[in-house]
Design a protein around this ligand. Structure first.
Ligand SMILES: *Cc1c(COP(=O)(O)O)cnc(C)c1O
Length: 402
């Protein structure tokens, strides 16, 4: 049987046509009509101007530079995230300060953020920016976050790399902060094979980021430079892929949500499993299907679930390892961390591709059921309750250790 991956690219069908257009025009590099169109189409959806870049990380880097982050400046950032949310702070010599998640959303706690902002203000050390990360397809609770940042005059950079297509109170992820970064990496909800986008409230900020992204080359034929730039521009060919992908974004959101809903329904009766909460304030794309395992009630640990899936050639992963547990960021200041640490200790993401076949998803569900059942069955029998097994034909089997 074929390996089941966590999250794979899923082309819509028109990408090749746009790529052929790019080839026919011979615009294959960092300038061209596909790039212009991709930015235009992306901006129209978001309602803000945007510049296409080589990665989401590049977008975060340029966004932080636009906010003036420099050596010694503090930046408040979600503790529970992928390292790419934080590394660009260090690229600029800044100091990350981590803010824990709210257990009800798994995303940045507005309460802890307010506390952090007030605490920093008391020490007369206002952070230069707040990086709010929208993880796994759900927006953080932006109203109180925006209000707290406005009160302290601190700008927000949204890391919406995992949340393209998500909404909060009817508005798209990435339309709340001063700036927002998106990713089109191969495992994201849509992909350009690799790429990113930086959106801003102000058009002149996007212009400046575009200028920096092409080595800060001054107009004119001579190679004249006033500012430090980067080679961060997306290519016209990859922008062509992005155009085709944007056309199927809504369909991809529906498909990812359907995958998660299927897991949720099939595993609803298994004790000790809890899926990522869906906040009532917006649309959760369920980019990845995430859940936590309570080992006592489930009867096996998260790592035993991962091992059982791996033995069946199914790729599943722990949730993000919080930044305060990374040796790279040891010693950084933080507010909380216990929620993120708990999610990392017991959480996992299941295969979530929008192209995941029903039969493959059933394979995943079957493995999770099989790992759960022994303890489930044992406890029920010790309570004197007779319970029908989930799959009556399978012989009971003890979970294999890693
Ligand atoms: C993927 C991701 C990034 C980085 O995007 P790249 O395009 O891979 O550079 C940043 N933040 C988060 C939360 C991500 O998941």
């Amino acid at each position: 049987m074929a390996r089941i991956h966590l999250s794979v690219p899923h082309m819509g069908g028109r990408e090749e046509r746009y790529v052929r257009e790019a080839f026919a025009s011979n615009w294959l590099s960092s300038v061209g009509p596909q790039l212009d169109a991709f930015e235009r189409e992306f901006s129209a959806r978001l309602g803000r101007p945007a510049v296409a870049l080589g990665s989401g990380t590049a977008a975060l880097h340029l966004g932080l530079r636009l906010l003036g982050v420099g050596p010694g400046d503090e930046v408040l950032v979600s503790d529970f995230t992928f390292v790419a949310s934080v590394n660009p702070i260090r690229y600029l010599g800044g100091e990350p300060v981590f803010v824990d998640s709210d257990p009800d959303t798994w995303l940045m706690s507005p309460r802890l953020l307010s506390k952090a902002l007030a605490d920093r203000a008391r020490r007369r050390r206002a952070p230069k920016a707040v990086v709010v990360v929208h993880l796994y397809g759900q927006c953080a609770d932006m109203d109180p976050i925006v209000a707290a940042c406005a009160e302290h005059g601190v700008a927000i950079l949204e890391d919406a790399a995992e949340a393209l297509g998500a909404t909060y109170c009817g508005r798209p992820a990435g339309s709340f902060g001063t700036l927002a970064a998106f990713s089109f990496n191969g495992n994201k909800i849509i992909t350009t094979t690799g790429g990113g986008m930086l959106a801003a409230a102000k058009p002149e900020w996007v212009e400046r980021a575009r200028y920096w992204s092409t080595q800060a080359r001054e107009p004119g034929a001579a190679y004249h430079h006033r500012e430090l730039g980067y080679n961060y521009r997306l290519s016209n060919v990859l922008a062509a892929i992005g155009r085709g992908q944007l056309e199927v974004l809504e369909e991809r959101v529906r498909q990812r949500r359907a995958v998660e809903a299927c897991y949720r329904a099939a595993l609803a009766d298994v004790p000790g499993l809890a899926f990522m909460p869906e906040a009532d304030y917006g649309l959760h794309t369920h980019w990845l299907s995430c859940l936590t395992v309570d080992p006592d009630r489930f009867g096996a640990t998260r790592d035993e679930v991962l091992a059982a899936l791996a033995a069946e050639d199914i790729e599943a992963r722990p949730l993000w390892k919080p930044m305060h547990l990374q040796p790279l960021y040891a010693g950084c200041d933080r507010y909380g961390g216990e929620v993120a640490a708990g999610l990392f200790a017991n959480g996992l993401c299941l295969p979530s591709s929008s192209s995941l076949a029903q039969a493959d998803q059933e394979r995943v569900i079957e493995v999770v059921h099989r790992v759960a059942r022994p303890a489930f069955a044992t406890r029920r029998s010790s309570e004197g309750v007779v319970l029908a097994p989930h799959r009556s034909l399978d012989p009971p089997e003890l979970p294999q250790g890693p």
